[in-house]
Design a protein around this ligand. Structure first.
Ligand SMILES: *Cc1c(COP(=O)(O)O)cnc(C)c1O
Ligand code: SF4
Length: 348
């Protein structure tokens, strides 16, 4: 259990178990802005990393919640989870060809917060916040502050959906859509369910991975009682991210017939080996999660040290194909601006 240091959080309702769960994830979220020195001492890492951390942190802040920190191996500066969150001096290198908006998403934004690029589904940016700052994320250049979802904006979005019968699925993305309180998600889910031609609600989130406590019983009830079929796409890059807390959280979803998929990004120094990718797929399956996408690296400025070339990732993926059954092989994709779907790589 989480230490009860959250008595300052106001609860107006009775403190049932459910409420104290909800308080836990919110307080873990709040405490995710950890100090660089505290992180080093907690993980038994040398103080010599501090100077680089300060450089990286000044560009995109250090942010990592405790349940994720708990899965990092102490004293190992090459830990694959640590590498995803540790700010380093290389982030200040400006490399030609590495950009701040690789997806050019500014151009298909009919309403702030809504991206309609693919025919039958729209992506809705439900919240500006994330629980963790992944160093390779393109969000490092987008605070997403303009895209908060007020009730007024939800109504605008519902209006848009009603005028577009070709849309049958809404994807909640972010930032992280689960940084929003359950009550707001409930309001949103209800409004979406009122659009007759919508069939599915998909949630793209890393929050249940980094704070499994986010899967509260309330949240599960809200989603399981919706008319819409719920699909989760989690974001896990390495087998070591899957611990028993995450497995238990996912079980709450699959018990309610929700589908749980995963997307990963290929990252140098984290998962760019056949062994890492095959262990990830196997461990996902053990946790009742199916691999969905493996994203080729987008050329994000400040993250070039994670880059794996298309040639290399295609070779890796083809070797992976020899290791795994087809249902454990993620689709290797890249998003190329102005195409009607993601582009599959690696096919012969
Ligand atoms: C990835 C993405 C989707 C979802 O694509 P699927 O192939 O259905 O997973 C939808 N909209 C946008 C803008 C996307 O980037
Ligand atoms: S959007 Fe996803 S990848 Fe980016 S920082 Fe948030 S959790 Fe990490």
């Amino acid at each position: 259990m989480i230490p009860v240091s959250e008595s300052s959080v106001q609860l107006t309702e009775n403190k049932t178990l459910e409420n104290s769960d909800a308080t836990s994830w919110q307080s873990l979220l709040k405490q995710s802005h950890i100090d660089a020195k505290a992180l080093l001492s907690q993980l038994d890492l040398p103080e010599s990393l501090l100077a680089g951390m300060e450089v990286g942190h000044s560009l995109f802040s250090l942010r990592v919640p405790q349940p994720y920190l708990d899965r990092i191996e102490k004293g190992n500066p090459s830990d694959p989870l640590l590498r995803q969150i540790l700010p380093i001096a290389e982030e200040a290198n400006l490399q030609p060809g590495y950009v701040t908006d690789p997806l050019e998403e500014k151009s298909s934004n009919p309403i702030p917060g809504l991206i309609h690029k693919y025919k039958s589904r729209v992506l809705l940016m439900g919240s500006g916040a994330c629980a963790i700052n992944c160093r390779y994320c393109f969000r490092r250049h987008f605070p997403y502050e303009d895209n908060g979802l007020s009730s007024e904006r939800m109504d605008q979005i519902v209006g848009y959906l009603n005028q577009h019968p070709e849309i049958n699925e809404v994807i909640l993305s972010g930032g992280d859509p689960l940084a929003t309180p359950d009550k707001r998600l409930q309001l949103l889910a209800n409004k979406l369910a009122s659009v007759p031609h919508l069939k599915r609600l998909r949630i793209h989130s890393r929050l249940p991975v980094v704070i499994p406590q986010r899967i509260t019983d309330d949240l599960v009830d809200i989603l399981a009682s919706s008319r819409l079929k719920v699909i989760w796409v989690l974001h896990i890059n390495h087998a070591q991210e899957i611990d028993t807390n995450l497995i238990d959280a996912v079980a709450k979803l699959t018990q309610k017939q929700m589908i749980v998929l995963n997307q990963s990004v290929i990252l140098r120094g984290v998962n760019n080996s056949v062994k890492a990718l095959s262990d990830l797929s196997e461990r996902l399956f053990d946790a009742d999660i199916l691999p969905y996408y493996l994203h080729a690296f987008d050329p994000i400025q400040g993250a070039s040290h994670f880059d794996v070339t298309d040639d290399d990732v295609i070779k890796l993926w083809q070797s992976l194909q020899k290791e795994l059954p087809g249902f454990l092989l993620p689709r290797l994709v890249r998003e190329i601006p102005n195409r009607p779907s993601k582009t599959l790589l690696g096919l012969q």
